[in-house]
Design a protein around this ligand. Structure first.
Ligand code: TPP
Ligand code: MG
Length: 390
């Protein structure tokens, strides 16, 4: 009997060769969810809870609110200090409070933080004296605090360099049997830098316990995200290196803390690095020296005002019955006192000696540095003389 093709087709349920099992998806568990994780609506009302992202304890959220309010007041004060000539420059993180504070609350005190120039609020939220935090930004040669004691690296201005530092430190810690985690902050624009890719790759290959925390605030100075990357989201950059990644609504404090807590636990458990992209927005110009009206519309900024992270958390905690008028007023008062103390101490600080800039570059200064130092010294002396004549 000849078998027609039709007969084969009819008989196929019994005669077909067993199907090859589907190859496991190598990206399973690495790709971020298509939508950023969100636990609160922009108006502060709660969304249904999620098994994959448990809500942090209410006490942690109350503390987060307190630190965000104090942090915002600090930020306003620092901006004012630039106008009074007490600070050379200040990059504001207004609008990014949930990210700044959430990152710190997700860590233990002995974990390491690798900040950029944008993270002054995160560092004050970590309990570092604000005068120390602002030391670099007033033009001194050192970062003000002791990095080893505070487990906090100096704020990095060269973009993305902190990504390799964090990988190295975290690898060293795990090599020595400690369960320390390092969290490296990074901006959207800086994920285009080579050091970001090298850091993430190294951390992945050597399973270094690092959380790479991308604050996507939509701009790299005047360059919008659309001119920075063609990636569907910055979190997708992790998958190429084998790093599990997640997106989160960076103006939803509850979601930020929940996602970062999960990321830190992953790294601490020895599973290697984790990448979190927080979608947020820089409400202020890049620094006090920038004019943001030259490259973005007021309407765009206004739209983000409705997603204010501080108001969002306040509404949520009030509805939960764990924050009332008296508590809000007490925290506002604490924030005022914090700012007043900062203002007073920054006014009393001596000015920085520009020549100290040359003191610690090399143990033996190079001939070029000696020459440059002499040039600066002569210029300062000439300026002093002409002031004296006036
Ligand atoms: C290696 C390097 N290149 C360029 C700069 C100049 N620069 C300073 S901040 C900045 C934008 C960075 O944007 P982003 O990473 O999004 O961080 P954000 O300032 O928005 O927090 C640039 C290009 C620098 N500091 N370092
Ligand atoms: Mg940015």
């Amino acid at each position: 009997m000849t078998t027609t093709p039709q007969a084969v087709r009819r008989a196929s349920p019994r005669t077909r060769r067993p199907a090859t099992p589907a190859a496991p998806d190598p990206s399973a568990g690495l790709l971020p969810q298509a939508e950023p994780v969100r636990l609160l609506n922009p108006d502060g009302t709660a969304l249904p809870s999620r098994a994959d992202c448990p809500e942090p304890p209410v006490e942690a959220l109350r503390e987060m609110y307190r630190r965000m309010v104090v942090g915002r007041r600090f930020d306003v004060q620092a901006t004012a200090l630039t106008k009074q000539g007490r600070l050379a420059v200040y990059p504001s993180s207004r609008g990014q409070e949930a990210c700044q504070v959430g990152a710190i609350l997700a860590l233990r005190d002995d974990d390491w933080v690798f900040p950029t120039y944008r993270e002054s609020m995160a560092l004050t939220s970590r309990g570092i004296d604000p005068v120390e935090v602002l030391t670099l930004l007033r033009g001194d040669w050192h970062c003000g605090y002791d990095p080893a004691q505070r487990h906090t690296a100096p704020q990095c201005t060269p973009l993305a360099t902190q990504c390799v530092h964090a990988a190295g430190l975290a690898y060293g810690e795990s090599y020595q049997g400690r369960d320390t985690v390092a969290l490296a902050f990074i901006g959207d624009g800086a994920t285009s830098e080579g050091d970001f890719h090298e850091g993430v790759n190294f951390a992945a290959v050597f399973k270094a316990p690092v959380v790479y925390f991308v604050q996507n605030n939509k701009y790299a100075i005047s360059v919008p995200l659309s001119r920075q990357t063609a990636a569907p989201s910055l979190a997708y950059k992790g998958v190429g290196y084998g790093v599990p990644s997640e997106q989160v609504d960076g103006n939803d404090p509850v979601a930020v803390l929940a996602v970062l807590t999960r990321a830190v636990a992953h790294a601490r458990a020895g599973h290697g690095p984790y990448l979190v992209e927080a979608h947020t927005y820089r409400m202020e110009p890049h620094t006090n020296a920038d004019d943001a009206t030259r490259y973005r519309d007021a309407d765009e900024v206004e739209a983000w005002r409705d997603r204010d992270p501080v108001a969002r958390l306040e509404t949520y905690l009030r509805a939960k019955g764990v924050l009332d008028d008296a508590a809000v007023a007490a925290i506002a008062e604490e924030a005022e006192a914090y700012a007043a103390d900062l203002r007073e101490r920054m006014n009393a600080q001596p000015t920085v000696d520009p020549l100290s800039l040359f003191d610690h570059v090399y143990a033996e200064p190079t001939p070029q540095l000696v020459e440059q130092r002499e040039q600066v010294r002569a210029e300062l002396a000439a300026a002093r003389d002409s002031e004296g004549d006036a």
